[in-house]
Write a protein that binds this ligand. Structure first.
Ligand code: UD2
Length: 324
């Protein structure tokens, strides 16, 4: 197998974790990232690696030169803020839809045979079927979800018309090292971990009974690589298949971090779905393994990376998951 790959969004939260595992497994990796939300901080520990190159560029400007010698593209670059996508749907479309189209067009011209794309649970909207299968209805509630869905359709079209193979991963609530807690709409776990480390209150919006399927970022990275190495194709939910309530999450964060934080409940967020969880049978049967780090285990590993030398601990984390 050719081990030269390009990762769009490789300086972001999920992308940089993916790059760590790719390099560990001996791949030659190009990162293409415009650093709009990603950061060189996330990849600085790898910048001296001769098997890594970094191209600072918007996915709308990707050129044939960037794809020379590349066998497959992991397309992760995106604007991920749902609220921003409602405030500025044109910009969301420019990056999340047109950007994907440009990646596919340049890949077609360069003769690239496979694109692996990270879509989102946001394509389903407020679906009745929980746990949710890949075939559930798709009624996205935001331009972000809509553009992720439409981009998945582009990949299917490129498969039908040009024979380009694809993997579409619909990610549920991903958490772990390098998730940025600074935005009001950052992932809840990154915020809880930060508050807990300072013994500040953990704020739960609503009654705390709402659930999410929290999946550890290293499991997502390992699954993406397995999907490439096993040459599977198609659309897959990526989650643990377990629901965790926000009350349980907050208590587990306090437990794992040994924090003195208390928990407060505030008014629920408008327009929010109550339950979210995936059925991950399709991914499990196709890969023979799936993201299934328990919430307590994932939070403990995440906490370790915040507390001790990140690179050393993260390597242990990868070894754990890939050796399964
Ligand atoms: C997730 C995705 C989003 C989109 C959406 C689709 C993340 C970070 N976001 O949004 O991109 O795909 O799913 O359904 O994965 N909460 C609190 N306190 C806080 C912050 C959040 O209680 O300080 C609650 C929030 O009300 C919600 C849960 O935590 O019930 C998860 O919130 P989130 O913002 O991490 O993710 P979510 O599911 O809204």
């Amino acid at each position: 197998m050719n081990r030269t790959v390009l990762v769009t969004g490789g300086a972001g939260f999920i992308g940089s974790n993916l790059v760590d595992v790719l390099l560990e497994r001996g791949y030659q990796v190009s990162i293409l990232d415009d650093l709009s939300t990603g950061s060189t901080r996330n990849i600085s520990h790898n910048l001296g690696n001769p098997r890594l190159s970094f191209i600072e560029k918007d996915i709308n400007d990707i050129s044939p030169v960037d794809l020379q010698g590349v066998d497959a593209v992991f397309h992760l670059a995106a604007r991920v803020n749902v609220v921003d996508s409602i405030a500025d749907p044109m910009e969301d479309a420019r990056v999340n839809y047109n950007g994907t189209l440009n990646v596919l067009e340049r890949c077609r011209e360069a003769g690239i045979k496979k694109v692996l794309f990270t879509s989102s649970a946001a394509v389903y909207g407020d679906v009745e079927e929980v746990p949710t299968t890949e075939d559930a209805s798709k009624e996205p509630l935001s331009p972000y979800g809509n553009h992720k869905y439409a981009s998945g359709n582009l990949l299917r079209l490129y498969n039908q018309i040009h024979g380009m193979k694809n993997v579409i991963f619909r990610l549920f609530n991903v958490y772990g090292p390098r998730q940025d807690p600074s935005n009001p709409y950052s992932g809840v776990i990154s915020k809880f971990m930060e508050w807990a480390s300072k013994d500040q209150e953990l704020t739960i919006f609503g009654d705390g009974g709402q659930t999410r399927d929290f999946v550890y970022v290293k499991d997502v990275a390992a699954s993406l690589i397995m999907a490439y190495e096993k040459d599977i194709e198609g659309t897959f939910n990526v989650g643990t298949g377990s629901e965790t309530s926000l009350d349980h999450l907050a208590n587990t964060v306090i437990d794992v971090t040994g924090s003195k934080s208390s928990i407060v409940h505030r008014e629920k967020r408008a327009g929010e779905i109550y339950r979210s969880c995936c059925l991950n049978k399709k991914l499990k049967s196709s890969l023979g393994w799936a993201p299934d780090t328990s919430i307590k285990e994932g939070l403990s590993k995440y906490h370790l990376t915040l507390t001790f030398n990140y690179t050393r601990v993260s390597k242990l984390g990868y070894r754990d998951t890939l050796d399964k």
